[in-house]
Design a binder for this molecule. Structure first.
Ligand SMILES: [Zn+2]
Ligand SMILES: [Zn+2]
Length: 232
């Protein structure tokens, strides 16, 4: 993302890193307020968790003892992997504070600052594309999902930190999923001045100017078109 982090994201990243930089991190159970920091972090990263719980459900993730639970009460694999990766990433910075590696790092404060910056960046990167409204009825295009399996074992999966579609990305070919319908949507040329976004499942068809090049331009055009449309 090109815009700078909101104060909220910086505050969340700071709380998360400060928690992991605690003297006794990993040696004691987290307090409810500390688990709340984990919850705030995965929430800021766009995962919409129901709660973060101490592991008691499965042995699959051994890097940490915490699972993210989704709104339907199941383990949220992507969010849990992301959290594990965030633990791992932060601990890499933290470990430089621990002797004898201390001597290798100029300025201890920088480690924490760098960790905060890294987590802030990953929180921003993790936020999904805001779905694009397609019709006055509220139909939406959402980005293709990232569907990981829980494969933590001793190391959190590297692919836990993933890129998402952004408004400035090129809008071309297969562009995403028709929300609720779950059909794949693609862009095709249909007229001298118009292209169409079509759903392969329900055959929804949304026309827009052929000059549209990015998700953001489509979002802008359709928002204006929907504002002008008669309410049904
Ligand atoms: Zn046709
Ligand atoms: Zn559809």
């Amino acid at each position: 993302m090109t815009q700078s982090a909101s104060p909220d994201i910086i505050a969340v990243a700071t709380s998360f890193v400060n928690l992991l930089f605690k003297e006794d991190w990993g040696e004691t159970e987290l307090t409810p307020a500390e688990v709340e920091v984990l919850f705030a972090t995965v929430s800021a990263a766009g995962f919409n968790p129901k709660e973060v719980v101490k592991d008691g459900l499965s042995d699959e993730v051994s890097h940490t003892d915490y699972h993210v639970i989704d709104q339907s009460g199941h383990v949220h694999a992507a969010a849990t992997n992301w959290l594990n990766r965030a633990f791992f990433c932060t601990s890499m910075y933290r470990s430089k504070l621990i002797p004898p590696k201390r001597l290798w790092v100029p300025g201890q404060v920088d480690c924490r600052e760098n960790a905060i910056d890294a987590i802030k960046t990953e929180i921003e990167r993790s936020i999904p594309l805001e779905p694009i409204q397609l019709t006055p009825d509220g139909e939406r295009l959402r980005e293709f999902p990232y569907n990981p399996t829980l494969n933590g074992f001793s190391r959190p999966p590297v692919q836990a930190f993933v890129d998402h579609t952004r408004d400035e990305h090129e809008f071309r070919g297969e562009v995403g999923i028709h929300d609720y319908c779950e059909g794949r949507m693609k862009r095709i040329r249909v007229a001298e001045t118009r292209d169409a976004l079509i759903c392969g499942r329900c055959h929804l068809r949304v026309l827009f100017p052929k000059e549209v090049q990015t998700y953001g331009e489509l979002r802008g055009f359709l928002a204006a078109k929907i504002r002008l449309a008669p309410r049904g």
